[in-house]
Design a binder for this molecule. Structure first.
Ligand SMILES: Nc1ncnc2c1ncn2[C@@H]1O[C@H](COP(=O)(O)OP(=O)(O)OP(=O)(O)O)[C@@H](O)[C@H]1O
Ligand SMILES: [Mg+2]
Length: 237
């Protein structure tokens, strides 16, 4: 298969058409960005570590009965996925307070959220990804009420699988961001990636001991060393 037909160049991944209209190739690049793209760097190896973690996690999620887009890893930076019609929402599940929850609402960092919270942002960089609710989502025609309920059910189910898997590796899954889409049959599937760019992971029991993109956002240490050690702990190699 060729790599010619670029469908979309995102901030961190490039998406290519394949010979099969139902399948895409996703290439995880070494670009890293934060703060709506205002901070940008290229860090060699970053794409590979995120691809490795995503390729480890999606089969676990599928095994738990949650439909995903993932088909197979093609090489260290490239995945073959099902083409989805993406739903422009960032679905965030939070097990502990961090980031915007602390900044905007005054939670103490690390405050346990039980049951987990779901927050949804509209995925639109030009509007700075505003927080959205079910009524606005339905009124805009982004998703039906039934689809929103299904998205939330799936998001909580993914959180449960991952939280447990990572806790066994002494990693606290603080929060994570999901993107969902519809496949050709209209089934809602988990798309995009689950990686150090999209999860907050803390070393077990230590508030703010980040093993994720917060190390880049807040300049807490060497980003590639952090991604490498997180990938090793998650994937066990
Ligand atoms: N299975 C899929 N089918 C179609 N598009 C997908 C699929 N999975 C992910 N995408 C889309 O591919 C793009 C991935 O690129 P990337 O994550 O770099 O872009 P971005 O979302 O624009 O940037 P950022 O995530 O940094 O805001 C996103 O637009 C994402 O919604
Ligand atoms: Mg993205």
């Amino acid at each position: 298969m060729k790599h010619d037909d670029l469908l979309r160049q995102g901030k961190a991944k490039s998406v290519y058409l394949t010979n099969n209209p139902d399948e895409l190739r996703v290439v995880f690049r070494d670009d890293i960005t934060a703060f709506d793209g205002q901070k940008k760097n290229v860090l060699q190896g970053k794409g590979m570590y995120n691809a490795m973690v995503t390729a480890y996690i999606y089969p676990l999620i599928e095994e738990a009965g949650i439909p995903t887009h993932f088909l197979q890893a093609v090489d260290a930076n490239t995945h073959l996925v099902r083409r989805l019609s993406m739903i422009p929402l960032e679905v965030i599940v939070r097990n502990r307070a961090a980031g915007s929850l602390v900044k905007n609402y005054g939670f103490t960092e690390g405050h346990l959220l039980s049951p987990p919270l779901i927050v949804m942002d509209m995925k639109d960089d030009s509007r700075h990804d505003p927080m959205i609710n079910d009524e606005i989502t339905a009124a805009l025609g982004i998703a039906t009420a039934a689809e929103i309920a299904e998205i939330k059910r799936l998001a909580l189910a993914v959180n449960e699988v991952l939280h447990k898997n990572l806790a066994a590796k002494d990693l606290d899954l603080v929060d994570m961001k999901f993107e969902f889409g519809r496949d050709a049959a209209g089934t809602i599937r988990l798309g995009d990636e689950i990686s150090m760019d999209s999860m907050r992971l803390w070393d077990h029991g230590i508030v703010g001991a980040s093993l994720d993109k917060d190390v880049y956002r807040k300049e807490l240490g060497d980003v590639i060393d952090t991604y490498a050690s997180a990938a090793k702990r998650i994937c066990g190699k």
